[in-house]
Design a protein around this ligand. Sequence first.
Ligand code: AMP
Length: 397
Amino acid sequence: MNVLVINAGSSSLKYQLMNPETGDVSAKGLCERIYIDGRLTHKVGDKKVVKDIPMPSHSEAIEAVLDILVDPVDGVIKSVDEIDAVGHRVLHGGMKFSDSCIIDDKCIKAIEDCIPLGPLHNPANLMGIRACQAVMPNTPQVAVFDTAFHMTMPPKAYRYAIPTEYFKNDDIRRYGFHGTSHKYVARRTAELVGKKEFKMVNCHLGNGSSLSAIKDGKCMDTSMGLSPLAGVPMGTRSGDIDACVVQFICNKYNMSVDDCLTMLNKKSGMLALSGVSSDFRDLSEGVDNGNENCQLALDKFCYEVAKYVGAYAAALNGIDVLTFTAGVGENDHVVRASVCEYLGFMGVKLDPEKNKVRGKEMLISTPDSKVQVWVVPTNEELMIAQDTRDLVLAARK
Ligand code: AMP
């Protein structure tokens, strides 16, 4: 089966054509500057093609993707009919979606209803869906939500301790994000440890970071909230912060709440603390050059990640497995070592040699560690392709 995986942003669209059984990616790429002018970057294996193509809307971007996929020179399929299904990443499924779903009018209406919860992403995701429907009307499409995996959280984890009317009337609660990644890592870890029933904390540490407490494959708690701003500090996000900080800054600097939130989302986190960069590679370089602010940024990050792991270990009454994934989690052995050092009290012991691994599946704890620690590279596209395959095959029956 060939599944086209689409991740549509407001002015960009990423794609991968993949086989959900093997995980093989036959082609992938990116459309950028949609609505401005339009540029397609297309990769097949090591070969990369860049083309300037007018993209006045997402429809032209999808058309450009389909054109290049069937191109006699740069393409990988003979006809668009060889695409069996399309899987779309959708940011916010609100309380309406606890799983992926086949896209029909009802599903589209529900994604529209979630726009107030995901005002930046859901409209862009819908544009990608509508563009695909327009150019490939007979191909089944599936929506895979970043929030869905977290819908198994109990009320004590997802409710905010604020007046009930905001929950009842406005669906204000913890939702959590990176759900497709957490789900992939939870499933893969179950295969790696050879059992289904166990307790784990997954640390998705990238430019955006979140942790999830997972029991028997189900999410019990997660660090992001109504929006991806909550939880540990990130590349440019502050993470958890006292709401009175917003009040203070808005009042003192005559700033709007929206502008203050932009500051907390885009100018905070590692970027703000280091004064150098949001990229962990730059922070490591800064530390090597004796930059104390870079050291503080990394110290803060590892400290807060470790605190969340400790909190989730308490929430789950102990954990069997700790996993690291995403750009930082998969590659930064210094971050992993520092986080695990805090967790020594729980019997977490890293093997320093194995911990040097980058971007590969690996058990990095010692045999006598009370908690198995794994690096499990995430694969959100594969998870989207597999959910898409499962739903499309089920609908055919
Ligand atoms: P992601 O959001 O998962 O794509 O992760 C992006 C983050 O991963 C960036 O902040 C990078 O600094 C970080 N990253 C990528 N490669 C490395 C590496 N080799 N060492 C440390 N951090 C890395």
